[in-house]
Design a protein around this ligand. Structure first.
Ligand code: HEC
Ligand code: HEC
Ligand code: HEC
Ligand code: HEC
Ligand code: HEC
Ligand code: HEC
Length: 274
């Protein structure tokens, strides 16, 4: 059943359904375009690995094992803004350039891994180096399975529906390093989901500030990812998204990935499964 021809046939079937369901979009999205989109989406890896980063640049030079940073474990405890706003971690992998001197001094990982909030980064009688500089990930994978068990299921990404988990209290991340930062109510004009793209929308996708502002500050998206002064993000294509731009900055790496078509294209009923 695994022959390339069969795969192609399944793919063709999927395309037909998808095109049909996209209906009103067909003026912009022709079949060849869609084929290209679907081909470029990488298959979903193991659930525990999605959003789990390997940081090896400095560690390797120092003869240490690579650092493994699981987003799933941290995002259940803290909203994105705690790390990406308050603590200044970049949303581009490798960009922060964390040194040992910095985190031992209480910056970045060291803001929490201080022996009080979480296991410490410091030297001492009990060393926890290998909890971050992991020789192997078997223990982490096991913890993931236990962790994910009680949470709502999604087909892609971590196999966890994070949005549902947040809404139903399955996870209760704190939104400041210490205490709670009051979240300002969303301005009325941003409450309704908005149509994306330019004068000729290419899809049925809308963007909802409501679905994002509890986890993310305005500055997570404006002006770096979406410059609203320029009005109507240009080149808002799926291809650009898949290569990690626009929505894809998060929705290919930490938030549910592009494979999960219908969570953005609500009119679409199929999903692409490689
Ligand atoms: C406990 C801290 C922490 C939390 C909470 C956190 N992140 Fe991150 N995030 C990091 C670190 C550390 C990196 C890597 C930065 C680097 O390599 O310079 C990162 C990297 C990223 C990247 C780039 C990943 C890649 O593969 O290129 C994205 C996207 C991202 N985070 C999004 C999010 C989103 C969305 C949330 C909330 C759902 C979130 N993060 C919550 C610490 C955090
Ligand atoms: C905002 C606070 C915070 C920051 C920043 C943070 N952590 Fe954590 N981390 C925690 C907490 C809390 C735990 C769970 C408590 C414990 O295990 O002691 C944890 C657990 C972990 C674990 C074990 C994961 C598991 O669930 O088994 C690893 C690995 C880890 N952190 C790595 C890192 C690395 C690497 C960084 C920096 C790139 C970092 N953390 C930054 C709070 C943080
Ligand atoms: C909370 C997670 C965490 C713990 C615990 C931890 N480290 Fe690190 N360490 C990091 C991160 C993140 C980096 C940067 C990763 C990279 O770029 O390779 C790093 C990098 C390093 C580097 C190279 C940094 C540089 O400035 O060149 C050394 C050496 C190092 N760690 C030693 C240790 C030792 C020794 C321990 C235990 C006493 C330890 N680490 C515990 C997260 C941790
Ligand atoms: C997760 C990303 C994200 C976050 C966080 C976010 N926005 Fe937006 N915002 C968008 C997108 C996407 C658009 C539409 C861009 C386009 O069509 O070019 C937009 C559009 C806007 C617009 C233009 C509205 C219009 O009618 O033209 C304003 C104003 C705005 N955002 C303000 C905010 C404010 C204030 C916050 C914080 C409360 C915020 N945004 C948080 C992604 C975000
Ligand atoms: C800065 C990071 C970021 C950017 C950029 C971003 N999102 Fe999100 N989005 C998230 C996070 C985090 C969630 C929570 C769910 C999750 O993590 O899977 C979310 C949730 C959603 C949801 C709710 C899912 C549901 O089950 O109802 C939709 C829909 C969505 N995003 C669409 C978009 C679209 C469309 C864009 C681009 C215009 C976009 N997002 C840009 C981070 C981001
Ligand atoms: C995170 C949200 C998100 C997910 C998931 C997503 N898309 Fe899109 N899609 C978009 C955005 C944003 C646009 C451009 C919106 C516009 O300009 O009207 C778009 C546009 C499109 C278009 C119009 C042509 C183009 O390139 O702009 C097609 C076709 C399409 N998507 C197919 C898919 C398929 C197939 C999947 C699943 C494999 C998928 N999308 C998953 C957000 C998403």
């Amino acid at each position: 059943m695994n022959s390339p021809t069969v795969k192609k046939m399944i793919m063709a079937g999927l395309l037909v359904t998808t095109l049909f369901l996209l209906g009103g979009v067909s003026h912009a999205a022709d079949r060849a375009e869609l084929v290209n989109i679907i081909k470029t989406i990488p298959p979903n890896g193991p659930f525990w690995k999605y959003g789990t980063l390997e940081m090896r640049r400095r560690s390797k030079k120092a003869g240490m094992s690579a650092v493994v940073f699981p987003h799933w474990s941290h995002r259940s405890r803290y909203t994105c803004r705690v790390c990406h706003e308050e603590l200044g971690f970049s949303m581009r992998s490798g960009d922060t350039g964390i040194s040992r001197a910095q985190y031992v001094g209480g910056k970045y990982c060291g803001a929490c891994h201080n022996g009080v909030t979480a296991f410490t980064v410091q030297e001492g009688e009990v060393r926890h180096c290998d909890k971050c500089h992991m020789k192997d990930t078997a223990a982490l994978e096991k913890r993931f399975d236990e962790f994910a068990e009680g949470l709502p299921f999604a087909k892609f990404g971590n196999g966890i529906d994070w949005y549902e988990a947040l809404k139903t209290g399955g996870i209760r991340p704190q939104n400041a390093l210490t205490g709670e930062k009051p979240i300002l109510p969303l301005p009325a004009k941003l409450k309704a989901p908005m149509k994306l793209g330019t004068a000729a929308p290419r899809s049925d996708v809308t963007f909802s500030h409501e679905e994002h502002y509890l986890e993310l500050d305005c500055s997570a998206c404006h002006p770096d990812i979406f410059n609203v002064k320029k009005k109507g993000t240009k080149a808002f294509t799926m291809e650009n998204n898949i290569f990690g731009n626009y929505c894809g900055v998060c929705h290919m790496r930490v938030a549910f990935p592009m494979n999960d078509c219908k969570r953005c294209h609500t009119q679409m009923s199929g999903n692409y499964t490689p």
